[in-house]
Design a protein around this ligand. Sequence first.
Ligand code: 7RM
Length: 657
Amino acid sequence: MPTRADETIEALLLEKRRFKPPKSFAARASVSTSGVYRKADRDFEKFWAGFAKELEWMKPWRKVLDWKPPRAKWFVGGKLNASVNCVDRHARGPRANKAALIWEGEPGDQRTITYRELLREVSKFANVLKSLGVKKGDRVTLYMPMIPELPIAMLGCARIGAIHSVVFGGFSAESLRDRINDQGAKILVTADGGWRRGNVVPLKKISDEALTDTPTIERMIVVKRTGGEVSWRAGRDVWWSELMCDASANCPPEKMDSEDPLYILYTSGTTGKPKGILHTTAGYLLGTYATSKWVFDLKDEDVYWCTADIGWVTGHSYVVYGPLANGATCLMYEGAPDTPGRDRFWDLIERHGVTILYTAPTAIRAFMKWGTEWPEKHDLSSLRLLGSVGEPINPEAWIWYQKFIGGGRCPVVDTWWQTETGMIMITPLPGVTTTRPGSATQAFPGVRAEILDQNGRKVEVGGGYLAITRPWPAMLRTIWRDDERYVKTYWSKWNKDTYFPGDGAKRDKDGYFWLLGRVDDVMNVAGHRIGTMEVESALVDHPAVAEAAVVGVNDEIKGTAIAAFVILKEKSQTGTAATGGNGLRSELSAHVAKKIGAIAKPDRLFFTADLPKTRSGKIMRRLLRDIAEGRVLGDTTTLADPAVVSSLKSQYEDKEG
Ligand code: 7RM
């Protein structure tokens, strides 16, 4: 019986359309010949060193790479500062009065910040941190809306060598607290609130709740964004604007070692506990710099827009570090794509003259559903390049994007990468690569990707596990305070020099990669990475729940939706489970939102008396997926109790039907 992955790949391979780089695009592209692949492959260290020379160093490196698997050190002995590379060097030269950030709030307010202004703001904030006693290596948590103060705070941390850790504004107080405590952060930076779909996300209130049990936090810095009422703890809480107006705009940057930490960013894994991915200075900066330059073909006159929230890695690498290291003009937007109307994105593109758009398949599928009348209201002719990231893009969405947003003239780059890789790894080069809808095509020059089978044997053509078989500059260095998990999760599936990303993929006879999604218990819900175990732990934390199993199921818009199967405790079961329990269903949903955040709420929740398990007690998630997606059931011969499935299935059909 063919598996789900097989079916997907069969469908993808029927996709015969190919798109050559438009001649006019290739003629102006910074890379337009495939020779770069061979050259980079011949000596990848030399290739990366070439890019590294385009950064500004305080002390040159002695050695490009020191690789003792699974430990890499890049640009050994070098000293540099990320904020200098993203800001100072542009502010000093002809880009001084160029817009670094063009920001628009959801209510329509706007700010433009030049490189010169950005340098003043970053320096001031760095001095603010210093005045509060923050030192090199200290952790600073940022829980903020999409406002310019967020990149300013990140770069301010980088300037003095403090390690920032951005927590996405959609996470709950408990999630924020866990992350603060895992890092041992001294300072939390937040805002009174942020705008989302016409409502205020009460970030200060959530922060107050999070800080009830965070012994390491000394201060909370609050940006006034919405002007709403907030409660205040004197001695701990302090307004951003008050600190900034007293701060000097001159802050000499810290000389950072290439391998000094730059930031921690949490991401979901296969356990209930998210992993604090640690990125360091030189390699990360270089990787995001190089890929921004080549994949997005960044030019000085571009207006570049990556729609990701900075709370996710895409925002770190491709709203902040990569484009700013290139001296680009970046559009930053605070709110939702359908506020006030479903044409907000197209309106933004038209008014700001956006030339490069980088967004997620889940957004593209929502736009498709809303219909072409929304983009058609606007002049999108400024666009010259389109990008996609976060999950596999189905060919239909790819074609729609290319046609209705790109007007048929823009190359589309489908970019595969992860929080852990820090930088884009598999992607077309827009002036070189012939693209195929649904394929991320090839590894970026200097990167080596392969398909391996379970035993680590290379699959030349066909499906298997994606593997990265050579170190790359922006690779994660460890998991914060859990180095053992670093080795075990990423470098132990095969040999310890081979990185396991956790994705299934197939390679076709032209050597193109087709990414098929996660092979572990991690879901990709509307482009957000969420662990099934995280949601399960949140569910069983509720007093009425005895056991829970969570699976990702196909969803037209979200890519993956969350389906939860819940066994209630005997005592509280009476009346609730039998009647379908809508009251309890929403209570459990609210509980998950409280534990993790609204993004992790189950889309479908079923009460059941039992779960399908193997004789060794492992939950058979494949069967649950089959049930939730209404498919004919696969092999049930390994089940301990086959009756469970038919009872679940009939319950499911009752509820859904
Ligand atoms: C950048 C980001 C990583 C996971 C990864 C994949 C999936 C991301 C693509 C993709 C197919 C793509 N970081 N993924 N990009 N799958 N094609 N172009 O998303 O850490 O949040 O998620 O996302 O499964 O492992 S992430």
